[in-house]
Design a protein. Structure first.
Length: 528
């Protein structure tokens, strides 16, 4: 159904906008906009207003970013839903924002791409799990919504905002529209159109105890009738699709038979004109396990030497209560088997590997995994190990395959200052000699080494392997990796670790080159 045909089903519209006013260019740049078509029963959203010292009311709020740039937020209430469509579509890169104090020409400076294309709306269920980012930025409604969006494809608007700007935007958007745009950066620069189910204000779904009937209650909007629409009920099972049944809607309250107890029930609701209004999937609970904690004694723990500070731990006992049917369900067995395969894939994908240790095969496998990962490097590999030694570099650092890639080594002064066995030779001297030999043998290999300062202890505790933009956490140093029980773990959020390592690498107060470290050690020995 075309958007022009949708608008008459609604009574009015609301447009909520955050924009950036740049006084140097006199541009009003769109940061985030949502236009919502509203049915007759829907109450007005809370107005966004500001009152000055003279009692004058303004339909917006603002936050200064610097001397020339200011964030603004407003919410416009529009009588004609078609005006919201005009705003959503815009005119080239601009849109007219109809404030009561005067119109504003709102600019989209990025490459705006429509999703889905050609104004085909997405159906967003109200209780979808897990939620997508789009559901977090939409107005909260009890029924499915249809959504069309324009996105800033190349993030041109985000490029205009410094980290300090984004921090202010985070607070400003959270306080005024309840959305942390710094958390959902893909929506910075976006323009969204949404409209809830035009026929129903709510839908209730229940199943009979024997799972042979589904009970649907549809609460119609004022002046609307869902009669002559259609309901499609299907069962999605672990092993494939189950039954599919279709029913004409003859009454807003229906009791429909099910061919068999469903595993995952999907209910699609079509309007009288055949338009898809709702698409929701539900798991029905057969049994509930309730763990009840009964408070018991309090354990008091003295944690420092003078026994003055005491922590309390309230202990409890647990009772498990089961409610509902206690049957055997094949889908649980299938789900468990699939879950185990997913866990096994973590090792294949190098996301998580456990090395049992205590065997030569475990250590050999662990070494090969590290070498394989280093071999995938495209631009740079960073080995961060406070106990990184010369032999470790030979064992692992040379296995990079891309000739134009670089190897960055990060060790620690704490370790490199240690003597090797009973000799007077330092670990740092061996590392430096190893690097000199490698550069002589492989002059095209770009290998660099910096040393974290700190004689008593290193600021780096864990061991990281950074492959381009991916970070792996190693459970032990490379010199013993795999010889004892340990793990390799792919870090879900690598950015803070990469930022920290880059900061250390560039900060001469935090690190020095291995050559400078050798020079400093010689000076210290000469002065003794």
């Amino acid at each position: 159904m075309l958007l022009n045909q949708v608008a008459p089903n609604y009574e009015r519209a609301e447009i909520t906008v955050i924009w950036l006013h740049d006084r140097a260019t006199e541009q009003h740049i769109n940061i985030f906009s949502v236009a919502e078509l509203c049915p007759v029963e829907q109450p007005l959203s809370k107005a966004i207003q500001n009152v000055d010292t003279n009692g004058q009311i303004y339909p917006l709020r603002r936050e200064s970013l610097d001397e020339s740039r200011t964030l603004y937020v407003t919410r416009c209430f529009i009588d004609n839903p078609n005006d919201a469509l005009v705003f959503f579509r815009g005119n080239g890169s601009s849109r007219t924002l109809p404030l009561s104090t005067g119109e504003i020409n709102l600019l989209s400076i990025g490459d705006m791409v429509q999703e889905p294309p050609y104004e085909v709306p997405l159906i967003i269920p109200p209780n979808k799990y897990p939620k997508t980012s789009l559901e977090h930025v939409l107005p909260k409604r009890p029924v499915s919504q249809r959504v069309c969006s324009f996105f800033d494809l190349n993030g041109k608007v985000l490029e205009q905002l410094t980290e300090k700007d984004q921090a202010k935007l985070s607070t400003f958007s959270s306080q005024n529209i309840g959305i942390n745009l710094a958390l959902y950066q893909e929506f910075i620069g976006a323009v969204i159109l949404c409209f809830p189910n035009p026929y129903l204000r709510n839908i209730s779904t229940r199943m009979s105890n024997d799972q042979k009937l589904i009970i649907l209650e549809m609460y119609e909007r004022k002046g609307k009738s869902i009669t002559e629409g259609e309901i499609q009920i299907s069962d999605e099972r672990m092993a494939g699709s189950g039954f599919v049944t279709k029913h004409k809607i003859v009454n807003p309250r229906l009791i429909l038979p099910l061919p068999c107890p469903p595993e995952k029930l999907r209910i699609r609701l079509f309007g009288p004109e055949g338009e898809l209004l709702s698409d929701e999937a539900s798991h029905f609970v057969n049994q509930i396990n309730i763990d009840m904690n009964v408070t018991s004694s309090v354990r008091r723990i003295k944690i420092n030497e003078d026994n003055k500070k005491t922590l309390e731990v309230t202990t409890h006992t647990t009772q498990n209560i089961k409610v509902g049917q206690d049957g055997k369900y094949i889908h649980k067995k299938l789900a468990k088997a699939e879950e185990e395969r997913v866990l096994d894939k973590l090792e294949q994908q190098r996301s998580f590997i456990y090395f049992p240790g205590n065997s030569t095969s475990s250590k050999a496998y662990a070494k090969q995994i590290i070498r394989d990962l280093i071999g995938t490097t495209k631009e740079r590999c960073i080995i961060c190990d406070p106990y990184l030694s010369g032999p470790d570099v030979v064992q692992f650092g040379l296995f990079i395959k891309q000739e134009k890639a670089c190897v960055q080594l990060l060790s620690s002064s704490f370790f490199l200052s240690k003597k090797i066995d009973s000799t007077e030779t330092l670990q740092g001297e061996i590392l430096n000699e190893t690097l000199f030999s490698i550069k002589k043998s492989f002059p095209l290999l770009d290998i660099q080494c910096r040393v974290l300062k700190g004689k008593e202890k290193s600021p780096l505790h864990d061991r990281f392997l950074i492959i381009d933009e991916t970070v792996y956490l190693l459970g032990s140093s490379l010199n013993e990796f795999g010889s004892r029980a340990t793990t390799l773990f792919k870090v879900p959020n690598p950015r803070p670790i990469i930022r920290q390592v880059d900061t250390w690498w560039l900060d001469t107060n935090a690190t020095i080159t291995i050559e400078q470290w050798i020079t400093n050690r010689k000076k210290e020995r000469d002065s003794e």
